[in-house]
Ligand binder design. Structure first.
Ligand SMILES: NC(=O)C1=CN([C@@H]2O[C@H](COP(=O)(O)OP(=O)(O)OC[C@H]3O[C@@H](n4cnc5c(N)ncnc54)[C@H](OP(=O)(O)O)[C@@H]3O)[C@@H](O)[C@H]2O)C=CC1
Ligand SMILES: O=C1CO[C@H](CO)[C@@H](O)[C@@H]1O
Length: 322
């Protein structure tokens, strides 16, 4: 394709309004041409704000629009699979929000259908584009940290969700903080160390809703590296910490999203600054449109997205939540 990719956004809620539309509008290889949500007032407001005139109140109408090349799926998790499959059936490329789907089984269906229609499939685990994550990968691959012994991430939201919020209704969100925010950190673990060979989990039940309120995962990666992920909803003053300990050094960020990194190696200890793009979705959109133009896989392909969902499936099964 040697013209800009024409996008339709399916699900114009929080993330589409905060970052996705802006990222598409600013991307030189993209045009934002259409949008969809069911609520007519919210849809009109979105259209006015971002200058989008083709507005649809059903997913079917958006997907049937012959002038759209790619659909950004930003609906709640239980709709990711049906919306991706319907879009691929109509010949549209799909960039789907995280977590990719409710289960690895759904992810496989999405991958198969996109392959069979020859459309590109990507997943919005944009933390892979953080300069701080690239820096940790560089320290690992150059051997500056020695043999990696363990990786640890802690993340949470202070939000106290109501029991009917889709993020904590199992049939809509698929789980709680592990699905919603833990998934991002698992994707970073996968990028740095590959998929874990073993996964075990324990979850803390919520007193207010059916999804877990906290989850802790213990993982073993190739070469014996161990990993721990802790994630929470509704906890005061939560952290966004990531630490990797190797035989020759250690890296620590107290805020993965800010990009400040403490690097301790044989060369000494220093604080480095690797801030992300001001719009975290911008590098994701740029990579996806370039992937379409070049006929290559995006950096976070359907297969990569499914790896994280496989870990989550195993974790929930081992914890007894599924
Ligand atoms: N990558 C990231 O950092 C982030 C990712 N996310 C992910 O993005 C996705 C959306 O999250 P978020 O924006 O917070 O959720 P919201 O609930 O704010 O938005 C979801 C949107 O989907 C629309 N929608 C729901 N059902 C349908 C349907 N059947 N047809 C068309 N539109 C529908 C809703 O509008 P209406 O009810 O009017 O149809 C709403 O606008 C989730 O997968 C979430 O995990 C979210 C935040 C950050
Ligand atoms: O990273 C994130 C920040 O929090 C959101 C919830 O409000 C998540 O859905 C999202 O993935």
């Amino acid at each position: 394709m040697n013209r800009p990719v024409r996008w339709g956004i399916l699900g114009c809620g929080d993330i589409a309004t905060k970052r996705v539309a802006d990222a598409i509008l600013r991307d030189t290889q993209s045009e934002l041409v259409a949008a969809c949500r069911r609520d007519s007032a919210g849809l009109a407001q979105f259209g006015n704000h971002f200058g989008v005139s083709r507005l649809y109140s059903t997913a079917d109408e958006l997907i049937a629009d012959g002038d759209i090349d790619a659909i950004y799926v930003a609906t709640p998790v239980y709709l990711h699979c049906p919306h991706t499959i319907a879009s691929a059936n109509a010949g549209k490329h799909v960039l789907v929000e995280k977590p990719m789907a409710m289960s690895a089984n759904e992810c496989q269906q999405m991958i198969d259908v996109c392959r069979s229609y020859g459309v590109t499939l990507g997943v919005a685990y944009y933390r892979r584009f953080y300069p701080v994550v690239s820096r940790i990968a560089e320290l690992l691959t150059t051997g500056a940290l020695g043999r990696p012994l363990s990786i640890l991430a802690t993340t949470g939201l202070e939000t106290r969700f109501d029991r009917d919020n889709w993020r904590v209704v199992l049939s809509q969100g698929g789980g709680g903080p592990l699905m919603d925010i833990g998934s991002h950190r698992l994707d970073v673990f996968n990028m740095l160390l590959g998929a874990p060979l073993e996964v075990q989990a324990a979850v803390t039940a919520s007193e207010d809703y059916e999804a877990e309120q906290a989850a802790t995962l213990l993982m073993r990666f190739a070469g014996g590296t161990t990993g721990v992920l802790q994630c929470y909803f509704g906890a005061a003053n939560v952290s966004d910490r990531l630490e990797l300990i190797g035989t020759e050094g250690r890296v620590l960020t107290e805020s993965l999203n800010d990009g400040n990194l403490q690097v301790i190696t044989a060369a000494g200890s220093q604080i480095e600054q690797h801030p992300p793009h001001y719009n975290l979705h911008a590098p994701l959109i740029a990579d996806f449109t370039t992937a379409i133009q070049e006929g290559r896989e995006p950096k976070i392909s359907g297969v990569e997205g499914m790896t994280t969902t496989q870990i989550i499936d195993t974790a929930y099964e081992s914890s007894g939540l599924r």
